[in-house]
Design a protein around this ligand. Structure first.
Ligand SMILES: NC(=O)c1ccc[n+]([C@@H]2O[C@H](COP(=O)([O-])OP(=O)(O)OC[C@H]3O[C@@H](n4cnc5c(N)ncnc54)[C@H](OP(=O)(O)O)[C@@H]3O)[C@@H](O)[C@H]2O)c1
Length: 335
């Protein structure tokens, strides 16, 4: 399928009444500097990426208040100003500390949440966000304070749906928070944003089960393993193309492992069979995983984004999906 034929469709956002684009667009790299000091995406490129995503029918933009130190939200706000805000679904996140030496400027205490939502709405130049995620779980804020505060934001219309972007060990905390919210008649978490891709399988098992049990839509981040699953890394030579995402001390240790290259070999074979690129095949596989509503695609260039957006048109047989499922063991396999 060619890009001009791409018209991203809508799929249900879990058990909510909202529909999301089948591929969401992530803006983590807007205004972000790598450890080597290189800027991944400037404002002009950011707007070109948003243009390309919207031209392909994309309507769901994911951001966070710390991306680019607030620049990502500002750039999205400036871009949206020339468009019909109502046609787009915007998700943002709060959690990370924003003022040095001020413990109240991190986490999900009521003071911080109320301040941060107003600040991010200002930057986005909008009255509401469609989804507000807590970026990480804050063990220092009581669950009752958190859920009551978040419910208040939904009640006054600053937020439509609540999301949690936590890792697998916190599944039971999300479940407990949702049970409390439901018993009090408050809004529960209905969206989750975990890391999930062909080689990062840690949420398989209790986290995914918890999401299914609680009707939580799963929107995976780093669906291409920060670029590892695009075919530009070689087992012997390492990086063979260009990358800024790879300029991270953790990237090599986390992704460039023998097990991940074995999984990539399976991906390459299936990609060749279906006449797609590894990136498109990895995204198509992820979209098929049970419980997954829509992966959040990242891209540094318009060309990369265009390649990734074609993924929706890739057909994988049951047998090919199974081979990809088996390419790397989930956390509980064999135990
Ligand atoms: N909640 C959280 O804690 C959290 C954490 C991370 C991300 N997220 C969200 O998830 C989104 C996606 O995450 P991500 O950026 O890590 O996604 P990703 O798709 O796994 O990685 C994106 C990077 O891979 C490379 N790439 C992408 N497509 C490519 C292609 N077709 N060919 C070659 N290289 C390609 C690019 O980097 P290079 O070209 O520089 O190699 C690009 O910046 C973020 O924007 C953010 O919205 C959330």
């Amino acid at each position: 399928m060619a890009l001009e034929d791409v018209d991203l469709g809508f799929v249900p956002l879990g058990d909510t009444g909202l529909q999301t684009s089948e591929l969401q667009f992530g803006t983590w790299r807007f205004g972000r500097e790598t450890e080597a000091g290189n800027l991944e995406i400037d404002e002009e490129r950011a707007h070109a990426l948003l243009d390309a995503y919207a031209a392909a029918g994309g309507r769901f933009v994911d951001t966070a208040d710390v991306y680019g130190g607030g620049a990502a939200e500002e750039w999205i706000g400036a871009w949206l100003a020339d468009r019909d805000r109502e046609r787009f679904t915007i998700a943002s996140k709060i959690y990370w500390q924003i003022r040095e030496g001020d413990p109240n400027s991190r986490g999900t205490n009521r003071k911080n949440v109320r301040h941060r939502i107003d600040a991010l709405l200002d930057r986005l130049d909008t009255d509401y966000v469609d989804v507000l995620y807590i970026h990480r779980w804050d063990d220092e804020t009581p669950t009752r304070e958190l859920m009551r505060t978040l419910n208040g934001l939904v009640e006054v219309g600053k937020v439509h749906y609540l999301g949690t972007s936590t890792m697998r060990p916190n599944a039971w905390k999300v479940a407990r928070a949702n049970e409390l919210a439901r018993s009090e008649g408050w809004e529960p978490f209905t969206v989750a944003q975990p890391r999930y891709n062909l080689v990062d399988r840690e949420i398989e098992g209790d986290y995914l089960e918890m999401c299914r049990e609680h009707g939580i839509a799963v929107c995976p981040w780093s669906p291409l393993g920060q670029g590892f699953l695009t075919g530009k890394y070689d087992r012997e030579e390492g990086l063979t193309g260009e990358s800024l995402a790879g300029e991270s001390s953790r990237f090599e240790a986390h992704y460039l492992t023998p097990e991940n290259f074995d999984a990539h070999d399976v991906l390459d074979t299936v990609a060749e069979e279906v006449g797609a690129t590894p990136a498109q095949t990895a995204l198509a596989w992820l979209s098929h995983r049970e419980g997954v509503a829509a992966p959040i695609v990242g891209a540094r260039t318009v060309e990369q984004l265009e390649e990734n957006l074609v993924a929706g048109g890739i057909d994988l047989s049951e047998e090919q999906l199974e081979r990809l499922n088996e390419a790397k063991a989930g956390p509980y396999d064999g135990l």
